[in-house]
Design a protein around this ligand. Structure first.
Ligand code: NDP
Length: 403
């Protein structure tokens, strides 16, 4: 039974600590720290009410490496689970190295001043973690996270090679607001407004943001428009499935979301460079975040389902020629809220965060250095998804996507 320190008291952190508390045989003690202590205490009260378990809480600014190292030294966890923002990744990795503790996260590092998603900054820690005999697991959320486990499961059980891969992320939920994002608005809008990129024949192909649109009929949701985007798991998938000819990532957005986003972009509200307002520097996107609904407040009103999965085409393992498989999870917003007090976008990220942490503290996934999801046996991860609220299905399709 291990002790873990979770940093970040947003929607994802909330789901992860609820699920950890529901598994006392794995997580003997759960400690929650974040920038705003009152948010940790509210989550701890919900965990107590739902599971009867107590969580210790702390205030921490995780950008402060010395303070985070001291906190880790005081708490003495077996693992630090970083569910703050991508900006904190490197600082928390440094603190883990200084304190001699393993590390895990759900989103790759981003510099504040540039919306750039690349593993290079975290991969550069490989030798440091190895030399310290420590393990860092990157990207154990849904996407990235489960989408990589899905691809590796298909590669282990169905396909000898993967020629093309499409990741389809559909949120069919309705929160009843004119405009809101389902996870941190600043991170979400930076991701959506960045140019799209996909992997094709050994190189990245860039297209303008939201310029490639297709329609797909999602089970349990119905037909939805989805847009080609860049998403960080494409980089690790292209690295660890080197035979892939093409890998793409699609996300659904409703027309109202696109209209609001276009207006906000046109008037400059999504800018991430500082502007002077009443003599002070402000970042328009950070100000926008302050006026948008908090993702964690959407739980009570969100209805509908998410459907996220991978479509992979390649040479079948059984020698029957080229085959296409679709592997996906459907998650219900209201069920997720009833169980943990958070909507399905937080749930589909927080549950895989708990699972990645469980496999690390139990030594099922182990190693020294910095690892991506693709480097481990997907089977124990996939079993836990089925047991802990994110059951998946796999079916054969007649062929790859027509587009
Ligand atoms: P939220 O914005 O709801 O929560 C982030 C939390 O981190 C807040 O409690 C915030 O504190 C805290 N925080 C921010 N900066 C610091 C800091 N310097 N020190 C300590 N705590 C800090 O985000 P989400 O819960 O929606 O997302 C959490 C993470 O999960 C993000 O990295 C996001 O990118 C990732 N994610 C991954 C997904 C996946 O599928 N892989 C999907 C969705 C999200 P405060 O309350 O004071 O603002």
């Amino acid at each position: 039974m291990a002790k873990v320190l979770v940093i970040g008291a947003g929607g994802v952190g909330s789901v992860a600590v609820h699920k950890m508390a529901m598994n006392p045989d794995i997580f003997g003690e759960v400690v929650l720290a974040s920038r705003t202590r009152s948010k940790c205490d509210a989550i701890a009260a919900s965990v107590k009410q739902r599971t009867g378990r107590d969580l210790a809480t702390y205030q921490i600014d995780a950008d402060d490496v010395a303070a985070t190292t001291a906190l880790i030294g005081e708490v003495k966890p077996a693992l630090v689970v970083n569910l703050a923002l991508p900006y904190q990744d490197l600082a928390i990795m440094d603190a883990c190295l200084a304190a001699g503790v393993n590390y895990m996260d759900t989103a790759n590092y981003e510099p504040r001043e540039e919306a750039k998603f690349e593993y290079k900054w975290q991969w550069a820690y490989q030798e440091k973690f190895k030399a310290a005999g420590l393990m860092a697991l990157l990207g154990s959320g849904f996407d990235p996270g489960v989408t990589s486990a899905f691809a590796m499961w298909l590669k282990k059980h169905k396909l000898k090679t993967i020629r093309t891969l499409d990741i389809l992320d559909c949120n069919g939920g309705d929160h009843g607001q004119h405009f809101a994002t389902n996870f941190n608005p600043e991170i979400n809008i930076r991701e959506v407004t960045a140019p799209a990129r996909h992997w094709e024949n050994g190189d990245w192909v860039e297209t303008p943001a939201m310029s490639v649109k297709q329609t797909f009929d999602f089970e349990a949701v119905g037909p939805k428009n989805m847009y080609l985007m860049y998403h960080e798991e494409l980089e690790s998938l292209a690295k660890f499935i080197p035979e892939m000819e093409r890998a793409r990532f699609w996300m659904t957005f409703g027309d109202a979301y696109i209209t609001h986003l276009t207006v906000l972009q046109n008037v400059g509200m999504t800018r991430i460079d500082p502007v002077i307002y009443e003599g002070k520097e402000i970042i328009p996107l950070q100000f926008l975040k302050a006026v948008l609904p908090e993702p964690s407040s959407l739980g009570p009103t969100t209805k509908g389902k998410t459907n996220i999965g991978d479509i992979a085409t390649g040479e079948a393992l059984d020698g029957s020629g080229e085959k296409t498989f679709y592997i996906y999870n459907i998650c219900d917003h209201e069920d997720a809220y009833a169980e943990t007090g958070n909507q399905a976008v937080s749930y589909t990220t927080g549950v895989p965060a708990m699972i990645g942490a469980a496999l690390m503290v139990q030594g099922v996934w182990k190693g020294e250095g910095v690892f991506n999801m693709e480097q481990f046996d997907p089977d124990p991860y996939m079993d836990m998804l089925n047991k802990h609220g994110l059951p998946w299905q796999v079916k054969e399709l007649e062929g790859p996507l027509a587009f």
